[in-house]
Design a binder for this molecule. Sequence first.
Ligand SMILES: Nc1ncnc2c1ncn2[C@@H]1O[C@H](COP(=O)(O)OP(=O)(O)OP(=O)(O)O)[C@@H](O)[C@H]1O
Ligand SMILES: [Mg+2]
Length: 331
Amino acid sequence: MNQIWIEKYRPANLSGIIGQKGNVEKLKSFVKTGDLPHMIFAGPAGTGKTTAAMAMAIELFGEAWKENFLELNASNNRGINVIRGHEDRDGRMDGMVSVKDYARIMPSNPRGFKIIFLDEADQLTPEAQAALRRTMEIYSTTTRFIFSCNYSSQIIPPIQSRCVVLRFRPIPDAELSEHVLEIAGNEGMKFSKESADAVADISNGDMRSAINLLQAAQYSGDYSPSKIYEIAGTAEVKEFDRVLIMALEHMDFKKTAELVDHLIIDKGLSGIDIVRGLHSALRRSGIEPLKKSEAIMAIADTEFRLVEGGSDKIQLDYLVSRLVRIGSQFN
Ligand SMILES: Nc1ncnc2c1ncn2[C@@H]1O[C@H](COP(=O)(O)OP(=O)(O)OP(=O)(O)O)[C@@H](O)[C@H]1O
Ligand SMILES: [Mg+2]
């Protein structure tokens, strides 16, 4: 049976989680006491937030974990409906399980509570979060909430103050690479340490994308590091290097802007893709430290402006201008 590896290799217990030591210890101690506080799991994608919540539910509830653990995603319905349940115009419920519906059901386990895991909770509007806070209070004896998000600052203060916050970190490259090698071995692939390091380099601490990349490599049948980069779509890696050299070493605005246009128009990359690609390329590069740190600041500014809604074209020209200036300052 073909199974996607991210599910096949999702650790079924807390001890199987890579990295996140402090968090795992805390969760184990909660399991030991048999009770949980409400929690916020904050951190980047693919670092084990959902996995840790599931593993904990399995350790707490055993076989019955599925009836006592509800995973809801806030982002496909950002408003209040996830919280209250949705009535259509004729007053019928639309069939989606809401937090409130689920919170009402009594737990079917001796612990006396069940877990609601709300993914992407930072995507909920403040109004929806306020409704959620009331639900938390009403059902606090029978329900524990775990909010998963990238940034805990997007969660309203009254919810934050009712929760223990656990921060999930990007998985360190060495541990990620080792885990990838282990899975490859288990799948009977002859996978080199160099290729595993390439996977780690590309994945930026995201174990989900690392495992997906490994599985894609298996389909392709070629496990060389260069093939790994190619599969990851980071054939652009070299092009990012070229942008940096053209701006920081040759200080040529026109040519750099053309290279960036090529990434947008021919490669279909977004402003954010380009900024992140340039960031990794810069981190990897041998560019001298002072120049590098100035350039990182320019990239960070641009990322912020893009996230705040600035236009791709203008912000990328802004970035290119700054990189060219940094190039000339330090030459
Ligand atoms: N710390 C980890 N240890 C071992 N495997 C992991 C870890 N983190 C992620 N994985 C692997 O990646 C897959 C996805 O991880 P998970 O669903 O826990 O990510 P997440 O942190 O919830 O991400 P998102 O923010 O996108 O929801 C898991 O099924 C597992 O295979
Ligand atoms: Mg998740």
